[in-house]
Design a protein around this ligand. Structure first.
Ligand code: HEC
Length: 143
């Protein structure tokens, strides 16, 4: 019984640790992104993101951060989703360069957010996995 309890406790610790660990592992999966999903994502990108992050996700140095090869997008996905969902004017660092400008809340639904994220996660050489609408829904605004 004692062994059983210990196992349960370790399992509990493991599960709660992985839930509080905001690394991308818990947010993205390695499922494929279909061609039609990529096309829909690209359409949303062109309409809602491209003016600032530019055609190839290269951004504008020191004003609009890049999405192509962005260590922020790769390592801080929860913050990235929160920023696109709710807007941001916090100071952030992307590939060693500091940005503090304004991104408005996208106004997109969770489903469209997942499409545009799956597009930017898998374009311009990025290969950062895919994120589901339910995961996007679970990411709440910072209090
Ligand atoms: C008005 C310009 C503007 C638009 C439009 C915009 N962004 Fe941003 N984005 C920014 C700025 C500025 C930041 C940095 C915000 C900060 O300093 O807090 C940012 C940060 C980000 C980041 C995190 C940093 C990085 O480079 O990885 C992601 C991801 C992102 N934007 C994705 C998007 C997506 C997806 C859209 C479209 C739905 C979008 N943005 C639309 C200006 C914009």
């Amino acid at each position: 019984m004692k062994i059983f309890n210990n196992t349960l406790i370790s399992l509990f610790l493991l599960v709660s640790f992985s839930c509080t660990n905001s690394s991308n592992k818990t947010l993205v999966n390695q499922g494929p992104v279909s061609k039609s999903e990529m096309e829909k994502g690209a359409q949303i990108y062109r309409a809602k993101c491209m003016t600032c992050h530019r055609k190839n996700g290269e951004g504008l140095k020191s004003v609009y951060p890049p999405l192509a090869n962005s260590d922020f997008l790769e390592k801080k996905m929860e913050d990235a989703v929160r920023m696109v969902k709710y807007g941001s004017s916090e100071a952030i660092k992307v590939n060693g360069i500091r940005y503090q400008s304004y991104m408005p809340a996208s106004g997109l639904k969770d489903k469209d957010l997942s499409l545009v994220f799956n597009y930017i996660l898998n374009s311009w050489g990025n290969s950062y996995g895919r994120i589901e609408p339910e995961t996007i829904r679970s990411i709440k605004e910072k209090k």
